[in-house]
Design a protein around this ligand. Sequence first.
Ligand SMILES: *Cc1c(COP(=O)(O)O)cnc(C)c1O
Length: 417
Amino acid sequence: MEFSQTGRPVDDVIADLEAKRSDDVRWADGRAFGMIYDGGPGVHEAAERAARLYLHENALNTKAFPSLGRIQSEVVGWTASLLNGDDAAAGFLTSGGTESILCAVKAARERARAERGIDQPEMIVAESAHAAFHKGAHLFGLELHKTAVLDDWTADVDAMADHVNDNTVLIVGSAPQYPQGVMDPIPEIAALAASAGANCHVDACMGGFFLPFAERAGRAVPPWDFRVDGVTSISADVHKLGYAPKGVSVILHRNKDLRRYQTFVFDDWLGGFYASPNLQGTRSGLPMAAAWAVMSHLGIDGYVELARTTLDNADRMRSGVRAIDGLTILGDSQYQLVAISADPASDIAIDMFALADALESRGWFHDRQGPPDSLHATVSNSNAGVIDEYLVALRASVDEVRGATTDDRSTNYATLE
Ligand SMILES: *Cc1c(COP(=O)(O)O)cnc(C)c1O
């Protein structure tokens, strides 16, 4: 692949890009259950106009771009108030959930080193916790203990307690966890962490911009945010059900003393004083400004409306799936996440990945996951108005794959190239 010597007109270049996209998943007509979250035309307009304004700006140095400093502090402050942090709560914007989680792991390690003299840090997560925690343990040199989930797919706090020792610096709960969409028992996990003098991080990458609005829409939500004693940090992705374009998440700490352990400051470089809030250096202003614009455009009322639509769609998907002989839903998920699997109680054995192929041939895209083999959906406003059509396609696909199997067992949540 050689880089061409001569350039080409912009129209030509853009036409090429449009052609390249033709094989990509058809998210704009609501047929993808994840990865892209579509807040509708008003949200698009807010994001796109903000993106144009901030396409070139760099948040590396907010002395040069004070507007980005204010944008960050407002988005973080609004999020802290949604998650019931008090005036002491503090955080930063990051590029996504993974970076927010990495920052939480690093902060826990640094706090334990500074306050408890721990140099062999250990952390405890349920097997349902996002893979980014394993990445964090790998990058920052923590030993990670992984515990099995209970039959209802929630974290087993007794099993977690068995791994607590003098080196425990972090215990994690998810609100909700990604694979089955159920809520971990955050008060019990936070109490365990507090009794060990460790941090408790709540991974609300999925729930952070959904649970506060679901609660306002009247759905029961168990305690999970800063109202729970012992929770020291929370991650919440604006680029998921916050409906901002990709590249923006919030990492929040209960107070500035805890946040201090996240940051990196270096004052012995020929390039000058270097202070870094997260893992990035040069940092695009685009996702930050787009998140600010989308949140400002929607307000709490706009988000509650989108949450109502999403809950209605997710509920209809769950009951539609349960009504199909051979399929079931894993766990008692109450929110936007749905995991569909073969029903062990049924005589009909369905190969879930053959089912995914059959759905894909009809234009519907699910992430495949396991164990156990299951199809994952993050329902959002993107899927408003298509659930009935989806259930028709699902029934037809089930009929098609009864007795059929596929050799392809791959489950790609993420890929290398
Ligand atoms: C999406 C997600 C993450 C990771 O976030 P990215 O933005 O993909 O890096 C972590 N935890 C949960 C529960 C998630 O849903």
